[in-house]
Design a protein around this ligand. Structure first.
Ligand SMILES: Cc1cc2nc3c(=O)[nH]c(=O)nc-3n(C[C@H](O)[C@H](O)[C@H](O)COP(=O)(O)OP(=O)(O)OC[C@H]3O[C@@H](n4cnc5c(N)ncnc54)[C@H](O)[C@@H]3O)c2cc1C
Length: 295
């Protein structure tokens, strides 16, 4: 593997939208499925823990980092091809470029994803969604590697995609490529929808601060942000981690927040919301590293 794509003691705050996270032992950015299979084979032989990430836009990495290998599927595996109403893309393609490509090809159905700062792989694993759309509406099939390095092609209906979850997340498959099926549409109308959604996002979300998006999943019958606000926690702060003043569903990094600060805010929010409303808030953010004693 090219040495530029291998780093040792790599600080994860450089690779997460939260701008938080200590060093990972080995950080690898494979260029294709073959390299990825080789990495998994070595990790398996040497019994080294490993984890997959995309753009780190839904990740909270511990201040101590991660003892093992982090494999990032991102810009080196980001090809996009359009044919008719289908877009085939590698897992590292960003949702932002994918939705732009769909718009340029006059294909509708992906505008909802135009402001989500993740990769296709992360979005399929999480069944990312916004403004009434979600990945499961547009996904036709995926090519994945299972935890043993076997290549599988799975149809969308085999993925049990549900609110922010899928078989991929549950079984720990690695997404390599996905085929999206879209609908013919009008390019200007799609562009307008995307601009409209971008404005809505900028108006409501604290995009001026580093974060990992919505901190908690939406509990059935409620909105996490509203519960947090109604519990009087707007602006609640530990160190530099704060419940956003603009949107209580976000915990933001106001400067030099640590993962422990964020975890403390999350824990307090969960306890208060439970005490006030008996509603359990489940993290949407994924944790990487050791959070024992912190969360
Ligand atoms: C400002 C902001 C706004 C956001 N808005 C939204 C929103 O509207 N809707 C929404 O759903 N999310 C939103 N998010 C969260 C996030 O962008 C999505 O969850 C996104 O899909 C994560 O993609 P990622 O590549 O960054 O994944 P990462 O954060 O790197 O990883 C997230 C999870 O996906 C797994 N994963 C990553 N790549 C792969 C792969 N190739 N194969 C298998 N598993 C993989 C990781 O192991 C991890 O469990 C927002 C985040 C931010 C910072």
């Amino acid at each position: 593997m090219d040495s530029q794509r291998v780093s040792v003691r790599e600080p994860m705050h450089k690779h997460t939208t939260f701008r938080i996270g200590g060093p990972v032992d080995v950080f690898l950015q494979p260029a294709d499925a073959g390299e990825l299979q080789k990495i998994m084979e070595i990790c398996h032989q040497e019994q080294v823990p490993w984890s997959i990430m995309g753009n780190g836009s839904n990740l909270l990495v511990s201040d101590e980092g991660f003892r093992g290998v982090v494999i990032q599927i991102y810009r080196n595996m980001a090809q996009i091809a359009t044919e008719g109403c289908r877009i085939t893309a590698q897992a590292g393609a960003s949702l932002i470029s994918l939705s732009k490509r769909a718009m340029e090809a006059s294909l509708s159905g992906l505008a909802f994803a135009s402001g989500i700062p993740g990769t296709l792989g992360g979005a399929v694993a999480m069944n990312a969604g916004a403004y009434g759309g979600e990945m499961k509406d547009v996904l036709e099939e995926v090519r994945v590697l299972d935890r043993f390095g076997q290549l599988l092609t799975l149809r969308a209906d085999q993925l049990e995609m549900d609110y922010r979850t899928s078989v991929i997340k549950e079984k720990g498959h690695i997404v390599l490529e996905a085929v999206l099926k879209l609908q013919p549409g009008d390019r200007d109308a799609i562009r307008e929808t995307m601009q409209d959604l971008a404005q809505k996002r900028a108006g409501k979300q604290p995009l001026e601060y580093p974060s990992a998006g919505s901190t908690f999943k939406r509990p059935k019958g409620h909105f996490a942000g509203k519960l947090i606000m109604d519990a009087g926690l707007r602006g609640y702060r530990v160190g530099d981690a704060q419940v956003s003043e603009k949107h209580c569903g976000f915990v933001v990094n106001c400067g030099h927040a640590t993962a422990a600060d964020v975890a403390a805010v999350m824990r307090h929010v969960q306890e208060e919301v439970w005490d006030r409303f008996q509603v359990r808030l489940e993290p949407e953010v994924r944790f990487l590293g050791d959070f024992t004693g912190v969360y």
